[in-house]
Ligand binder design. Structure first.
Ligand code: PLP
Length: 621
């Protein structure tokens, strides 16, 4: 447990049982026994639900919704803030119906709403019975159809706010509102100049793609005033970018947003809602520092800072406290899902023994083998340098034809054996940080049953780090170190950065694969962005997804199961007709029978194998 830092990053949602299993703790019921993940997987396996799978835990999602809303409520009460918080969940962060439905249902008590960044997302939002006080915030580029639906939805009592992104969009809204003869509920998106740090730095500041500068903003205000629609402009929106690492950036942005708010109010705009967008981060590494995968604040601190800053700025400006809105997505949904997969096999960076050097072997092989004669703790760095030099020279000799294939294979084994010994002996002596890092890179490759591109796209695209740990055997010291490769045949499909208690490491401590049981790994906090950004690289489709509820007796209930894509399904996504593929294969088999190359029995076997594959899971079964 301590190697993986589970207690540091898991926010109390995970623990390790005495038998070494990783287990889920119910945040709503801390007294309930923790539920073993390997036991859950065994149960699911018996009901025919295999890994890889995404496991969603209902109470984890509910806990974050409660935490966010109650943290704002507490900060509001403590500060004496004179308006409520009305958060919205951005659908794009996790559009899966199981997630959105649950958020709406559980969030109703907090008047929690939804953010729609596109027409399809607005269509989803309008299919939900929100609280009468909840908001639907419409961001993104909008055409007349989008605007018409948003305005008309007010007839059903929805508080649908159209956030104007540009002067051109304002013209579309003015036109549709006049055509319908209805008042829209409007917002304006302001481009703040403060630039945040972190991976999403380009979402803020002058060069960010969305939002209006001051001049555009005033043009829109004047235009709405001219058209008699200024009284509809109620909300001011800004968004800093996701995963803001430093809470002081949140404060600085809130101050700038308040300046716009008070100036617009002075201009006669009847603003009532201040929307500060998303950005509330997740501490993936548990380090509590302002860095790409960590944040230097808690959810409570974020809420307190927002409330205090806005209260102070509005009091200074002598303006009524506005209703506070945030569009936090990542912080609400990331922790609620985990990706679980089995390790299929390992390629060990090791050789059990070093072969003898033969008389006609190249003299560099004897030099390589001789290193073990002076391998002592004080000379580890020297041995490492020599081993690398001789290995590289031997490779060069092989390329030039001076070393043969079988000699090269012997040289590799001598080298691998030497590396394992260097690693062992290095534990006893003192050496520099560089060698230490290099030694950690000496790692096996564990081949795992998942697709990075489908299930962890941000790991591939933006070097996102997620906590990863084996789900069993944590009562035993891991005896190997590995990097993880997925089952796509793409060399980018690997993970080689891991969050450990001692910091970020280029390899993951793992156990020798047991022979009689699966070895599962869990990738945690994948409930935000990962599912919908995933792609069909090598046509690996959606994994199985299950939603569970934790019971007070230490068991669990299976709430929902969504089977992963079959091969037929992924083929149809790329416009192949599975029936036509089967027919084409059958024709080739029949032709081979006519030509006397196959028998009728072969026909059954071949067509059966093709059909079974077509209907099967895209992953290793
Ligand atoms: N609101 C808008 C307009 C966004 O673009 C985003 C995503 O970046 C969000 C909200 C959600 O941000 P986060 O998931 O960081 O809370």
């Amino acid at each position: 447990e301590s190697i993986y830092g589970i207690d540091r990053w898991s926010k109390g949602l995970l623990t390790v049982l005495p038998n070494g299993d990783v287990a889920l703790c119910d945040p709503a019921n801390p007294e309930a026994p923790a539920v073993s993940l390997p036991a859950i997987l065994q149960d699911l396996q018996q009901s025919g639900i295999a890994s890889p799978l995404v496991l969603r835990v209902k109470s984890f999602l509910e806990a974050e919704i409660r935490h966010l809303n109650e943290s704002f409520a507490k900060a509001i009460e403590k500060t004496g803030y004179r308006a409520p918080y009305r958060g919205v969940f951005p659908i794009k962060v996790n559009q899966q119906s199981q997630v959105v439905d649950r958020i709406v249902e559980f969030g109703r008590q907090y008047h929690y709403g939804l953010e729609a960044g596109s027409k399809p997302e607005l269509v989803i939002a309008l299919a939900h019975r929100l609280s009468r006080e909840a908001l639907i915030i419409c961001n993104g580029v909008k055409d007349a159809e989008f605007v018409r639906l948003a305005i008309l939805s007010r007839r059903l009592g929805f508080n649908t706010v159209i956030v104007l992104e540009s002067p051109k969009e304002a013209e579309i809204v003015i036109e549709v509102a006049q055509e319908l003869g209805m008042d829209p509920l409007l917002g304006v998106r302001v481009k703040l100049t403060n630039q945040i740090s972190g991976k999403w730095t380009s979402s803020s500041g002058d060069r960010s793609a969305f939002g209006m500068n001051t001049d555009q903003l005033l043009r829109v205000v004047d235009r709405l005033r001219d058209k008699g629609l200024l009284h509809c402009l109620k909300l001011q929106h800004s968004h800093l970018g996701s995963q803001v690492p430093d809470v002081n950036d949140v404060r600085r942005a809130a101050i700038e947003a308040c300046r716009y708010f008070s100036e617009l109010t002075r201009e006669g705009v009847p603003l009532t809602h201040l929307d500060l967008g998303g950005g509330l981060g997740v501490d993936y590494t548990g380090e509590k520092r302002a860095s790409d995968n960590s944040i230097n604040y808690s959810m409570e601190e974020y809420c307190a800072n927002v409330v205090e800053t806005v209260a102070y700025e509005m009091d200074e400006a002598g303006i009524e406290h506005p209703v506070l809105v945030t569009e936090s997505g990542r912080a609400v949904s990331a922790t609620s899902s985990m990706l679980i997969f089995d390790v299929l096999e390992s390629t060990l960076y090791d050789a059990p023994d070093a072969p003898e050097v033969e008389p006609d072997d190249h003299h560099l092989m004897a030099d390589l083998a001789a290193i073990s004669g002076y391998l002592v703790p004080e000379r580890v760095q020297e041995c490492w340098n020599d081993a690398l030099f001789y290995r590289d020279e031997l490779r060069a000799m092989f390329r030039r034809g001076h070393v043969e294939l079988r000699q090269m294979a012997r040289a590799e084994r001598i080298y691998l054996h030497l590396m394992a010994r260097i690693k062992d002996i290095a534990r006893e002596g003192e050496h520099g940080a560089d060698l230490d890092m290099e030694l950690k890179k000496i790692a096996d490759v564990y081949h795992c049953n998942f697709s990075l591109f489908q299930s962890l796209p941000d790991v591939w695209a933006i070097d996102q780090l997620h906590p990863i740990a084996p789900l069993q055997m944590l009562d035993q010291v891991p005896d190997r170190r590995a990097v993880l490769s997925d089952i796509t045949c793409d060399s980018d499909g690997k993970m080689d950065q891991f969050i450990l208690s001692g910091g970020i490491s280029p390899s993951l401590p793992v156990h020798t694969l047991p022979e009689d049981q699966p070895y599962y790994l869990g990738v945690f906090f994948v409930g935000a962005y990962q599912e919908t950004l995933g792609d069909l690289h090598n046509l690996f489709g959606d994994t199985n997804v299950v939603t569970i509820d934790l019971r007070a007796d230490g068991g669990f209930d299976l709430l929902h199961e969504q089977e992963g894509d079959t091969i037929a399904e992924v083929l149809s996504y790329v416009e192949f007709d599975p029936a036509a593929c089967i027919a084409s294969f059958r024709r080739m088999v029949d032709e081979a029978i006519s030509a006397g190359q196959l028998t009728a029995k072969d026909r059954k076997t071949l067509i059966g194998a093709y059909r079974d594959s077509m209907n099967g899971y895209t992953y290793f079964e």
